[in-house]
Design a protein around this ligand. Sequence first.
Ligand code: NDP
Ligand code: A1CAB
Length: 269
Amino acid sequence: MEQRIGFIGLGNMGNAILQGILASNIVSGTQMYVYDPHLEKGQVLNQVYSINNLDSAREVARESDIVFVAVKPNVIVDVLNDIQKELKKNTIVISIAAGVTIKTIAKCVGYEQKIIRVMPNTPALVNAAMCSITPNTEVTDEELSIVQQLLNCIGETEVVSEYLIDAVVGASGSSPAFVFMFIEALADGAVKGGLSRAQAYKFAAQAVMGSAKLLLESGKHPGELKDMVCSPAGTTIEGVHALEEKGFRSAIINAVEAAIKKSKEMAEG
Ligand SMILES: NC(=O)C1=CN([C@@H]2O[C@H](COP(=O)(O)OP(=O)(O)OC[C@H]3O[C@@H](n4cnc5c(N)ncnc54)[C@H](OP(=O)(O)O)[C@@H]3O)[C@@H](O)[C@H]2O)C=CC1
Ligand SMILES: O=C(O)[C@@H]1CCC=N1
């Protein structure tokens, strides 16, 4: 790939996406331009991968063909206003911010700028992200495909309409936190039953990962897969009943709904 790729913000997500792209070797370190106020983050990337560590977001915008703006939602408008003059006509601006609409981004960088909203998640750190991609009407199919290729370096991608991004936040953007809480709770239960803490995390995490893999690869309905585990008068159905008594599914639906609601509220300002 010939494009020069910029990163403004090297936090959890910016760094995860950058590392995934680097590991895939589809672009070299010298094609990448970064800025984060914590200059040491870029210095390490420069020393290890020869990435261009620049002194400002503006310089990154000036040098890049595709620029990932990976800062928190409360600072993104300032950053976009700041870089706006440095963008070329064909620069693709990618925002990963939750609750920041294409309209808000366009107000800062111009309605004719190419803009893509992406909603990733932290499993990007292990190349197992789920990313939604939403381009504005200025982005061509070819450009969309280039960005998709970049994001496929860190996991799976799906193109969705903008109105669905809030639901994506609930399903995959925020949900890793819910899953980690579930794994922690499974392990607590197993520690109560006598497993060491380290073994409990390994057994619980592997069970969650294996179950997700089985669902994705078998194409079976999750209810059918649940039934396969529940032997008549066995152990699992006891646990299923205990979860139902405590409103397990309802609690999770509520959590996803709360994340969606917050994402919508953020978008409304
Ligand atoms: N974390 C997640 O699971 C997900 C996050 N997102 C979105 O990703 C975005 C980034 O989140 P995350 O990576 O977690 O946040 P982080 O706080 O980890 O990273 C943001 C980085 O940007 C830096 N920064 C602040 N201001 C600027 C600036 N003006 N120019 C350049 N860099 C700046 C921050 O520095 P400092 O710490 O000093 O502020 C920090 O290093 C958010 O908009 C969030 O909505 C989307 C999906 C999942
Ligand atoms: O909590 C947040 O706002 C971000 C967006 C999705 C996941 N984390």
